[in-house]
Design a protein around this ligand. Sequence first.
Ligand SMILES: [Zn+2]
Ligand SMILES: [Zn+2]
Length: 416
Amino acid sequence: MSKVNAPKGTGDLFSPQIEKWQYLEDKIRSYFSRFLYREIRTPVFEHSELFQRGIGSETEVVQKEMYTFADKAGRSLTLRPENTASVVRAAIEHNLLNDMFPLRFLYIGPMFRYEKPQKGRQRQFHQFGIEVFADGSPQVDAEVIYSAYNFLKEIDLRSISVEVNSVGCDVCRPGFLEQLQTAAREKKDALCVECQRKTDTNPLRIFDCKNEKCIDTSNSFPKITAHLCEECAVHFDQVKAALQILQVEYKINPRMVRGLDYYTKTTFEIISGQLGAQNAVLGGGRYDNLIKDLGGPDMVGIGFAAGMERIILHLQEVELEPRKKILVAYQNPEIQDAALGLCETLWRSGVHAYMEYSAKNLKKQFKKGDKLSANYTFILGEEEAQNNTISVKDMSSREQITIKQEELAQWLKKNI
Ligand SMILES: [Zn+2]
Ligand SMILES: [Zn+2]
């Protein structure tokens, strides 16, 4: 029979990689609870309409990258390409916007985008992120940026830098878009076909284009930061002031518009220089119209999403503390039951223990102990069984001592 492999752009996670994922997930949950975020889990697929309305039908994500399919009843469903629209949908659906306080959500899970797979980018990829609803103050923007920045520092991601921008609001953006459109039309021939199309439909998205020529050309286009209305300008200044209090070093990047249409005012990215090329590991921003656009009340929001694969690439270098393991070995089949009893005592005490059930002799069991990288081997022989003792071998020093069964708890406390 021919074998079946995992689809392109997906992967299997197992030891020793999986320990790094667990480590990261534990860190995320404990860290963000400091800021009173509580976890939310939404389905991996939603009605396609949610993302079309939420993310924007002109975005790369919606145009090219969504896994959209009809189910057996003919409904159009989409594997979630991001989680913010789903969190908003869930909060509206379950009336959390009235019932919960504070409205702070944390999510961790797989997302799906049909992209060209490369290092740190998969078609099924994982993100964690946070969302804060109902707080429009500039200080909350700064707090969200700070919490992201400080988290990456706490897990020891080095050479990170913060870039911020304001993409304006309904008041100032239309005027800016007109100017941007005029500038883009003048330079139409210097833009790629895709950007020529975007010039008419959604000129802001020209800044997303990775084509060198388009980047060069669009560098001379008007900058949103020079066209902010009074409210947006004041908001942006206050975000910057709060970032200073929180000791977050940042750079202003007026080109940063993020790939999703729902952003208003503050947007930000955290870039890591550590992963070779300058790579955004995390990005987000304010979305003051999204909740309303998805059928909820007129309520503001802000959040970010971080790419876990990219963060894991960094964690490769982190030496995780392995848990101590004990192999329980027995001299002959008559003593196997006693060994099983000893194992049970260890498991009940929370110790990581293993025994071979069909071992022929001690030598073979010791070999398995090496494979397990066991820290200690407990040996039960006839003598030990008779005297109610255990021979304990330290596998790194190769020293062996004998302890009494009743001293076991004490020994475990000291050594494990
Ligand atoms: Zn504005
Ligand atoms: Zn282009």
